[in-house]
Ligand binder design. Sequence first.
Ligand code: NDP
Length: 291
Amino acid sequence: MELIDGNRIAAAIIAELKTEVAGITGRKPCIALVRVGEDPASVSYVKKKEKTAAEIGIEGRIHLPPVDITPADLFALIDRLNADPGVDGILVQSPLPKHIDELAVFRRVAPEKDVDGFNTLNLGKVAQEDDTGFVACTPAGIMELLARSGTDLKGKHVVVLGRSLIVGKPVALLALQKKAGANGTVTICHSGTSNLPALTRQADVLIAAIGRPEFVTADMVKPGAVVIDVGINRVPDATKKTGYRLTGDVHFATVAPLCRKITPVPGGVGPMTVAMLMQNTVKAYRLQNQR
Ligand code: NDP
């Protein structure tokens, strides 16, 4: 079994971006990070994004509207950022409070600044295999992990657990693309799928993104499979200072010995998501400034 080290691969991408940004003369790329309210996971994700941007030399502008901001005021903020020529990329941290329609917010971000890749146009470009758009960061990170750890999907059966707009659907579309490294045969499973273990057991590459701690057990995995665990779940644990431990959607202890390759949680897909956000920001800067 080989561990796919997301920290190491993300660090390599960040180092490449740092070199690229150092070579930019004049104004550096800039990302606006919008976090609504004080959700603890969002606080830590935005901090990490701010820190990584600074490390690369990308300017991070932080906007922290209160949890009770009206949808109209949030739209107005996004409109201002869309119109600001000094801002190349915009990230609105998910999840948003219940009174705000998240999809409407994703649609409001100008496609050319949509570094999170959730805008309708950018999702459509993934379906059309048009590389001029932005691929959502977690799915892009999964593809990069597979590529950089030497897993070619051509001829492989890829089973995706989960069909969210953020992970499941876009990663399935990427795996399906008729491109080098992709070209997989893809099955997507969800809560309405019957006999799920029979499908997951057929997977040469299994991508688990359902948000259920340690859901994928050894009896659901084909020996020799490559397993990508996207899940980030907080499980109560009194022995930890924080009161919880992080676990994936895969029961790592029993599944890992079966696999050819597997990502750990933490240290697998998570760091890649941030690295790909930074890559998208530099791409947005280049596209908007034609440099
Ligand atoms: P969502 O809750 O939006 O989607 C979960 C998907 O899993 C849905 O399609 C749902 O099916 C399906 N599902 C849920 N339970 C089952 C089940 N018992 N059997 C089969 N399918 C099931 O989650 P996300 O896609 O946003 O996130 C998934 C996980 O990935 C979470 O743990 C999240 O924290 C993590 N994540 C990690 C990131 C990273 O950077 N590493 C980034 C984003 C997410 P249905 O559609 O039928 O409801």
